[in-house]
Design a protein around this ligand. Structure first.
Ligand code: CU
Length: 508
């Protein structure tokens, strides 16, 4: 059990949104967006009586820190910092209100841990509890309040300010909250790592789980929820006019009618495609403390073929999102921090069928129920506002089925590579250049399928995932009149699946 203490500071700021589909656009094509948000992050961790200060400068009790804390005014971005803990930890979040110097609004703020099973007093709904007033200057002690949460259920959560939530949420005051199973909670579910690093379930070694995998590679206290990599996909939508009205409301006296909400930007982890392919600015540098690097807002999914990956879908927007993933079908293993009931149903059916197989095989009984799958699978998941859905995917290998057709052709149809070289001869621009991970504006590595064909390379594979309200896969160019939309943009990102571990290209 650890005590994890975060310090969040509420303030305002600006983010840049792309208005075109260029990967690294010119600065004068960016739309400045006025936002509210929380800054700060993990302050300290107490574990086994050992105190680790992750960021001493967040210690608001020390007057020497007041000027640097005050200087965090106007640095808000979207989303707010990720918070995480293990089941059974004690999570504390101290809130400081830095005010909103850009708009001169003097609103109080709260932190509502959305989905957390907490007492009214610390639920962050100001109408039933309290809100935190503005700090009046770096020469005074900041007024604070500290929220407390003892997570009982692993899963994907979110947090947001609940003061005038229609406006403060639209303005960007939200972030992801992730709760992992603990070693103890897994053990209570008969899942335990042995002294040699093997994961065992009910005593049996689980070959599908690598040795020494972390307990934070399970989404739930269920053996079927192991993953190799995890990603947060926090979805939100932006109405530029609403943001502009809030920015000037103190001067103009004009406020925005929430029922006029009409979004023109759609974001994944605070960014619109193609920015979703770039490294996320909030990811700590490599080599940082594991407390800080445990989870991040990267949205370009980069895995190896045959790996399992978890998408923690969070919808903070005001519309339902039909999230569609190309390439593979997902298993919905949880919703709103509860494991899918299909997990235990399918496991019980497997156990029954194994028993039947053992006992009646000699009687030549049909054992077709072996490895029975009763799962909530799909390729488009409809995610309502305020919901979180955990999607588990296996990046299975397409080469055994598709490799021969692509490189050699089959059934009297020439190879796809041959067909593509004809297309290339007509118009080379029709063969896409795909930016590969890690993408950077200074050095964008790309591949295209004709290059891959020349090397008889099947990998990497690339698949998009996106909002299937496809008009939300655009970036609105609001800098020109009349405004127009550029496709692709908006709520779109990519999955890159590299060759499986130990794969030899010469095998092809
Ligand atoms: Cu607020």
């Amino acid at each position: 059990m650890a005590i994890r203490h975060y310090v969040l500071l509420a303030t305002d700021g600006f983010i840049d949104l792309p208005t075109t589909k260029e990967l690294c656009p010119l600065p004068d094509t960016l739309q400045k967006l006025y936002v509210f948000g929380f800054v700060g992050g993990l302050y300290k961790v107490i574990e086994d009586d050992k105190v680790t200060y992750e960021n001493q400068s967040l210690n608001w009790k020390d007057p020497n820190n007041w000027s640097s804390l005050w200087a965090m005014q106007t640095t808000a971005s979207i989303p707010s910092p990720i918070m995480w803990a293990d089941q059974g930890d004690r999570l504390y979040v101290t809130l400081i209100n830095l005010g909103m110097p850009v708009s001169h609004l003097e609103d109080p703020h709260t932190i509502h841990l959305h989905g957390a099973h907490v007492a009214t007093q610390i639920d962050g709904f100001p109408e039933t509890s309290f809100s935190v007033p503005m700090w009046m200057g770096p020469n005074e002690t900041p007024p604070t309040a500290t929220y407390y949460f003892m997570p009982e259920h692993p899963g994907t959560y979110m947090y947001h300010c609940h003061v005038e939530a229609s406006e403060h949420v639209q303005m960007g005051m939200y972030g992801a909250l992730v709760i992992y199973p603990s070693e103890i909670s897994l053990e209570e579910a008969s899942i335990k790592m042995d002294a040699c690093g093997y994961w065992r379930y009910k005593g049996e070694i689980q070959e599908q789980i690598p040795r020494y995998a972390s307990h934070r590679q399970f989404a739930y206290n269920d053996i079927q929820t192991y993953y190799d990599k995890e990603y947060v996909m926090l979805l939100s939508d932006i109405d530029l006019k609403w943001h502009q009205t809030v920015q000037t409301t103190v001067e103009t006296g004009i406020s925005f009618n929430a029922s006029d909400f009409k979004p023109d930007f759609w974001l994944v982890n605070g960014r619109a495609f193609p920015d979703t392919l770039l490294p996320h600015p909030q990811t700590p540098p490599e080599g940082s403390n594991p407390n800080l690097t445990q989870i991040n807002y990267e949205s370009y999914v980069h895995v190896k073929t045959d790996q399992k990956f978890l998408l923690r879908m969070i919808n903070m927007g005001y519309a339902v999102v039909p999230w569609h993933i190309h390439g593979w079908h997902f298993n919905v293993i949880g919703k709103d921090a509860h494991p899918s009931p299909f997990l235990s149903i399918s496991q019980k059916l497997d156990e029954i069928s194994k028993y039947m197989y053992c006992c009646y095989n000699s009687m030549n009984m049909n054992h077709g129920m072996m490895n029975h799958e009763m799962m909530n699978m799909g390729f488009t998941e409809t995610i309502g506002s305020g919901e979180t859905h955990d999607l588990l995917l296996m990046a299975d290998n397409k080469e055994p089925v598709y490799g021969r057709y692509i490189f050699e052709g089959q059934d009297m149809i020439p190879s796809l590579c041959e067909q593509m070289s004809e297309i290339q001869a007509i118009d080379p621009a029709l063969i896409a250049d795909i930016p590969t991970q890690p993408v950077s504006c200074n050095n964008t590595n790309t591949v295209n399928y004709v290059n891959l064909c020349a090397q008889t390379k099947f990998f990497p594979q690339f698949y998009p995932m996106h909002n299937h309200d496809d008009y939300k896969v655009t970036n609105t160019n609001t800098l020109e009149t009349p405004a127009f939309s550029n496709y692709p943009g908006g709520q779109l990102t990519m999955i890159q699946a590299d060759a499986p571990s130990g794969y030899m290209e010469s095998e092809q």
